[in-house]
Design a protein around this ligand. Sequence first.
Ligand code: SF4
Length: 503
Amino acid sequence: MKLKEWGMPDWGEKPGAIRVAHVYPGTYKEAMASLGYMTIFSKLNEAEDIVAHRFVLDSPFSLEEGLPLRAYGLIVVSIHFDLQIPLILKYLASQKIPLRKEEREIPIIVGGPATWNPLPLVPIVDAVSIGEGEDHIADAVRGILEHRKEWTHRSVVNTWVKNRAEFARHDLSYRPPAVVSETTAYGRRAVYVEPSRGCNFGCRFCLIGWTKRPRRDRRLSQILDWIADGLENNGEKIYFFASDILGHPHMEKVLETLGEMNVPFSLSSMRYDRLTDEMLDVLRRGGLKSITVAPETASRELKARINKNIPNDGIVDLAKRAKRKGFRSLKLYLLFGIPGETEGDITEIIKLVKDVQKTGINVRASVNPIIPKPHTPMQWAAFPGIDYIKSVNKRMEREIRANTMNPKRAFIQTIISMGDEQVGELLLHAYRDLNYAHWISAAQELGLDLSRYLRESRETPWREIADTGVTDEFLHKEWEKIQMGEFTPPCHERCSLCGVCFP
Ligand code: SF4
């Protein structure tokens, strides 16, 4: 693959260094838009005794040297979504890397948001680096090479999760170099910047909200340096990634400065309540033509159940104001399959979208079923069922022309998200094809009853392995609040003593 990149540091000669293949389970363009992947890549290469080279799914060879995976001493994989796990297995198999760890010479370490439940990976990988990896990925690489033979099937997974204090939160003092590529998933020569990490709001379905809480902001000078480096490296647009970008106290100033410099920017998503008239003006001056917000649902009852309280009339008002200020479209993220949901709740979502459409702005609605995530209060929620998802999808597509998710994909994603070691065996049997019938017959061959991963109040074995800092007691209380429809305030209004900041 021919690369056109600027700003990649020269990490120098390292005779005798550990050679790491760092794999992203997506295309080159997606890898270059992944701050998590590029952060770990830089951290590995900054270590004096490690050399890491990039692998992406659209190239069988390393981007740096043009060599196959087997030419490296160790493989590190960053996994961001559950459905990337089958993709990575396919890639490893295509490179003739045995998938079962006991059949393989070369060790594999995985990390990233989709590894907060590491159990389905137990038959496959040698170690899981859980949590924010900047501070411990180099030690994990050294540790696995030194101790791999002593580690047992189960304790290997625990190796990197046993000490909560060690891995729980990175202080954001580190930022990756502002490498710019000619081509990335979100645009040409984009500079990716993370102004903050985590979130204060505690939406009960959100993995990031429960594994990276509370929100931590980067220093203004660090953000400005990051942007300046990116522009110097031929960057043409700044793309900000975070759960609550506009919650950063200096973000308005940063965006205003970019507007004055005529540097276009884009934001991954925005909280509705941050979008004042002044902020809309700042965003327009930065060249934004579209806004994305996530009301998720529309009835008061369900807002309380998911702990996200965005008023419907506020969304309609935002659409009017955005249209007046010249924005072309408003993208809405919506959810269904919330415990206690009724037909009337679905009708209310449709009504909300229709009300927004009436303002005249171009509306793009994306409607997805809840996929229960480990360590969130929704980890005890039932999978809503393929037939139910199909029927809601039909209404959403017909009545508001929404984009929807394939129900059978949602089923497979839930099995992986809520899986255990036996789901790891299922993955090994079924990874080649995400076809539903194929997965069902593979489960039957293994004698695996899939209903236990789908039902309400399922077992949550990942809680014994990975520690997010949130106590079991707090999670149970939040699950009760889902049943009762009660809100919990965000961290900046009142600390609810979840266990993270004051263990
Ligand atoms: S301890 Fe309090 S402030 Fe910290 S994350 Fe939990 S609820 Fe938020």
